[in-house]
Design a protein around this ligand. Structure first.
Ligand code: DON
Length: 304
């Protein structure tokens, strides 16, 4: 079977399952999404792709954007970055405060909220206008000149993001936030509000399947060793408390978001994005996880 046949078969099989997930409502604006949306798109390294369902409908990529912010901060700071954030799975929920006190304000990894907030602090320190320059960076790496933040989603999270406010202030008290917490959080909420569809998202991640180079013109987004490390972090920490399970069931580095999106990739081969808004209890797309598990279990498209 070629990849198109496999995508079609697994898409239809997964669509037939009872969706036991629940839409995220802690960001009120996210609750307005249609729960039956289901899209998938695969892109290979020549830029050809194949998608099904609602693959061209934009959604809130949320935590998936943390991969782009880590990429930009790693580019700027190099290995110094690991003094501010660790590289270990947390074994806790994505917005947990639990380990910060024990670890002196050094978040366990850059993908849990605390770690991503520290990465935002780094970008605020090093960029004149983090909001603007981050958007330019993602527009360029994804060849999407019209990509933008959703003010509606960002404002909705700003008005309700009490846990993130707590995380940022707590880390500030422990000395690992250098800027004004409000400024850091404003940028963090904007970053999480980026909107893309599955086709755009799978294309945007191709640099990580291509040794850090853009597939369109071979320009360097990050170095090859840096790309290796970001992939390793996605494999070990991309799904929070479910990272082990994702590696066990799917066998690919990947990243999820509470908007119901998941991106996964097979280095030197392809990227794939799936979107279905209802989430499982760990905050990852219920159908997205099922789709990717079936997709890699019945094909050669897995690293294991
Ligand atoms: O900070 C938050 O809670 C959201 N902006 C992002 C969380 C998220 O996407 C977790 N992913 N599964």
């Amino acid at each position: 079977m070629n990849y198109k046949d496999i995508i079609e078969k697994v898409f239809h099989d997964t669509k037939g399952l009872t969706n036991k997930g629940k839409i995220a409502t802690y960001i009120p604006e996210l609750a307005n999404v249609n729960p039956t949306m289901f899209g998938v798109h695969m892109t290979n390294l020549t830029g050809e792709g194949y998608g099904m369902g609602n693959n061209l409908v934009k959604f809130s990529i949320q935590s998936i954007a943390k991969v782009f912010s880590l990429t930009l901060a790693y580019r700027i700071l190099g290995e110094e970055i690991w003094k501010r954030v660790d590289v270990e799975p947390s074994g806790t929920k994505f917005d947990s405060l639990l380990l910060l006190e024990i670890n002196n304000g050094i978040p366990r990894n850059p993908f849990i909220n605390s770690g991503a907030i520290v990465i935002c602090d780094i970008l605020v320190s090093h960029l004149g206008n983090a909001r603007k320059e981050f958007l330019t960076f993602v527009r360029d790496l994804s060849n999407l000149p019209n990509l933008s933040y959703s003010d509606k989603i960002a404002d909705s999270e700003k008005a309700n993001g009490y846990r993130n406010v707590a995380l940022c202030n707590f880390i500030k008290s422990l000395g690992n936030i250098k800027n004004d917490p409000t400024e850091v959080l404003d940028f963090y909420f904007d970053m999480c509000s980026l909107e893309m569809n599955c086709e755009q998202l799978s294309y945007a991640f191709t640099y990580l399947a291509n040794g850090g180079l853009k597939i369109s013109d071979s320009s360097e987004v990050i170095t090859k060793p840096q790309s290796k490390r970001i992939n390793a972090l996605m494999l070990t920490c991309g799904f929070y408390d479910e990272s082990g399970e994702f590696a066990f069931k799917v066998g690919l580095p990947g990243k999820s978001g509470v908007g119901g999106g998941i991106v996964a990739l097979y280095p030197h081969s392809y990227t794939i994005a799936v979107w279905s808004p209802p989430l499982n209890p760990n905050g990852n797309s219920f159908l997205g996880m099922k789709f990717l598990e079936e997709f890699t279990t019945h094909s050669d498209f897995t690293i294991f």
